[in-house]
Design a protein. Structure first.
Lengths: 206, 206
DNA sequence: ACCCGAAAGTAGACATTGACTAGTTTCTAG
DNA sequence: CTAGAAACTAGTCAATGTCTACTTTCGGGT
């Protein structure tokens, strides 16, 4: 990797890594996925990136800052995946919701520790970046639900509340699955049930 | 290490603490509540209990074992509180469910870090003790829901699934509140909405 | 009453880690 | 070209979890 380092330190590695921040985040995500949050060490990340143990500090003031960045990226990716799944699944509103919920659960199963991080209780609440990334996810969900208004599934004034409710439900099911309270297939069935009952309930109540 | 001769330690503190395990758990719970999980240190707990830093090892082989014990106690207490709230709130089935959901959310707000712990993703799944404590909570919920069967709210064969669904929903709402995505009062309103829609949906679907 | 093993606790050691600091190298804007 | 900022190195420190060897106390069986 010494493309141009005609005069690096001891090794031929250039002084500046180039994109250390992104590499650290990627590696951290892998560690999180494979060995859990307790195994996530700044020093180990630095070692594997081939930089000194102090280098990460230029990009993340704290271990916590690294975790926040991971959570933020998590929200962005989750929103992307949900949008993707929805766009790939045209059809009636129920089908769309199922696709969204299913994508959410898939993400949870693939990245359980990351999801934990995303909804972790912080002493002083979430950082600004995490909060706004979470809000963007919520906006995505709201957009999906909004289609139901046009389809006559619910009133425009209720979309916010109902989006929150359905999101919470899917998040709760995901928590049951990732904490191994129920197996994944049962979680998937539960998502379907949830959406069926949700839609029936909403239309019955109003 | 007979630096202090044949007598006990310098202080008049007896060699055996007496109920160190319980004291450690209580203190740990307080730390968890007030300063979060990152501030939870075995050595600090030992210091404040007035024992050596190795003493906790007699009761908890690991920091993880301590956390498991906390999670287990958390499930037991949550189940107790829900039973309590339900017993104190007679009335129709909807009211009972609201009392249960409300108690769940109150617990979550009071002990957010503990709830995180209870549903944390562990690399190798929950320990046996945690798992069975969680199952006892689920049994409690099932019992509450079972009353609805007699009241004709749902079929006996659906109780398991529906209990899971409602539990997940309340857990998800709690996660939204403890992660500061929504304020507590909104969470409370959401629990009410959830139960209303749930009951309406269930009776509409079957 | 005694003994002996198990349980509970002490103390010391060790590697690892997060965090901080001072100094060095590279980049970049003016 | 240069000055200052950004990125990185290297050293240090206190704290922690974990392990081990040892000591004290407890309690049951004879």
């Amino acid at each position: 990797m010494s493309t141009f380092g005609y005069r690096g330190p001891v090794s031929d590695r250039p002084f500046h890594h180039g994109n250390l921040r992104a590499v650290l985040l990627d590696q951290a995500e892998t560690v999180l996925r494979e060995r859990g949050i307790d195994a996530l060490s700044l020093r180990e990340l630095a070692r594997e990136a081939g930089v000194s143990h102090g280098a990460p500090r230029s990009h993340f003031i704290d271990r916590n800052a690294l975790l926040d960045a991971l959570a933020e990226r998590g929200f962005v990716r989750l929103a992307d995946e949900i949008r993707d799944a929805v766009s790939r699944a045209p059809g009636d509103h129920a089908r769309v919701l199922r696709a969204a919920g299913s994508a959410y659960l898939r993400f949870a199963v693939r990245e359980p520790a990351l999801l934990d991080l995303m909804f972790a209780t912080k002493v002083d609440g979430p950082s600004g970046a995490v909060r706004s990334a979470a809000e963007r996810l919520f906006d995505t969900m709201t957009g999906i639900m909004g289609v139901g208004v046009e389809a006559g599934a619910y009133d425009a004034g209720d979309v916010g509340r109902l989006t929150l409710l359905l999101s919470a439900t899917v998040q709760g099911i995901s928590a049951l699955v990732t904490s191994r309270r129920i197996p994944t297939p049962q979680g998937e069935a539960l998502v379907d049930d949830a959406i069926t009952i949700f839609l029936a309930g909403v239309s019955a109540v109003r």
